[in-house]
Write a protein that binds this ligand. Structure first.
Ligand SMILES: *Cc1c(COP(=O)(O)O)cnc(C)c1O
Length: 360
């Protein structure tokens, strides 16, 4: 059985077409059951007793995050998602507050940086939005910031950033590197041992909504000064953390390298099918190794109403990415298409026909 078949078989049938993993993937039945079973256990033995019983399974989830981040001794705390993780990190940050990031930095991250008093400096990128590593190294060496932040894969564009190369530069310069792996973990290789990595459960890892993880190298973790409580929220939906932990386990069982290979293949398939759609232009290079594809309207179509019509008239889900997602890089909204490992040519052709129908 192929990875695509196993992925499909582990889930309820989809109502329509799901091309929206970058927003929220489809959970497996086992992940859904893990959260539901925990809720039942809480009712039987009490929430806090059930929480203690869940500790080993949650520790397995933390271990999976360490493995995927290449941080074998990191402290891993569960968060409510990626934005929460970044806010925890920055609000606990010791020392000067300057941060270097890319032109295409995620808009909400820029807001969190500003809210925590960080001065943002932009690193040079090429015309696709990809970091120019050598130029960035020179900029960082000439005027080192307190922190380097890399969103390895953006929300608004499927261009994979050169994480390993930037990590090597930061190591050489002695600069801490934090990685936003909300779109990256379970999708592209993030096991480079950055100083900090954070992610969300619901995207490519296909866990529940409302949960995420923050991994921090132990020496940096000890220097953080949380504002009022330990970094990990004690009062939380433990069932969703359990579901996330199981989804991480399913990802490891599927084989992270095999998932990455398949997602790259699905991305290339998506872009080659959509290259033919009139009125829209594929933004990414066809062979970009990610399953995120974005489409720019050429004839004045508006992604937000187009997305709504795709749902209402064709039961196809995609995302309209407005300029606020990457305010320093985007000049207009794009339509984002993000199938998972089960993405198939006939689905994409059906989407292409629907897109033509709703764009006119
Ligand atoms: C979705 C996303 C986030 C925010 O994640 P939440 O879990 O919703 O807080 C951050 N960065 C990127 C690149 C994202 O795509």
């Amino acid at each position: 059985m192929t990875l695509a078949d196993r992925w499909r078989e582990a889930r309820v049938p989809v109502a329509g077409l799901h091309l929206d993993s970058a927003a929220c993937s489809r959970q497996s039945n086992a992940v859904i059951d893990a959260a539901a079973t925990h809720a039942r256990h809480e009712a039987e033995v009490g929430g806090y007793v059930a929480g203690e019983a869940a500790a080993p399974a949650l520790d397995a989830g933390r271990a999976a995050v360490r493995l995927l981040a290449g941080l074998p001794d990191a402290e891993v705390v569960f968060t409510t998602g990626s934005n929460h993780a970044l806010d925890l990190l920055l609000s606990s940050w010791p020392g000067p507050r300057t941060v270097a990031c890319l032109t295409g930095e995620y808009g909400p991250n820029l807001i969190i940086m500003a809210a925590n008093g960080f001065e943002v400096r932009l690193l040079p990128v090429d015309e696709t939005g990809r970091l120019r590593v050598e130029e960035a190294a020179a900029v960082l060496r000439a005027d080192p910031p307190a922190l380097v932040h890399l969103t390895v894969l953006g929300s608004h564009r499927g261009v994979v950033q050169p994480l390993a190369e930037l990590a090597a530069v930061c190591r050489e310069l002695g600069l801490p590197l934090a990685v936003d792996a909300a779109q990256g973990l379970g999708h592209v290789d993030c096991a480079v041992g950055a100083d900090v990595l954070y992610t969300s459960s619901r995207k490519w890892l296909a866990g529940p909504r409302g949960v995420g993880a923050l991994a921090v190298r132990p020496d940096l973790y000890r220097r953080l000064t949380p504002r009022w409580a330990p970094l990990e929220l004690h009062e939380a939906n433990i069932g969703s953390r359990l579901g996330f932990s199981l989804a991480l386990g399913e990802h490891l069982a599927a084989g992270p390298a095999e998932v990455r290979r398949r997602l790259a293949e699905v991305g290339a398939l998506t872009r080659s099918v959509l290259a033919e759609v009139p009125g829209w232009e594929v933004v990414e290079p066809v062979d970009e190794p990610s399953a995120i594809t974005t489409l720019r309207p050429l004839d004045g179509a508006e992604p937000t109403p187009v997305r709504a019509r795709l749902i209402a008239e064709h039961a196809i889900i995609t995302t309209a990415c407005e300029v606020v997602r990457a305010p320093n890089e985007m000049d207009r909204a794009v339509l984002r298409v993000s199938p998972h490992v089960d993405g198939a040519a006939e689905d994409l052709q059906r989407f292409a026909a629907a897109l033509v129908a709703v764009s006119s």
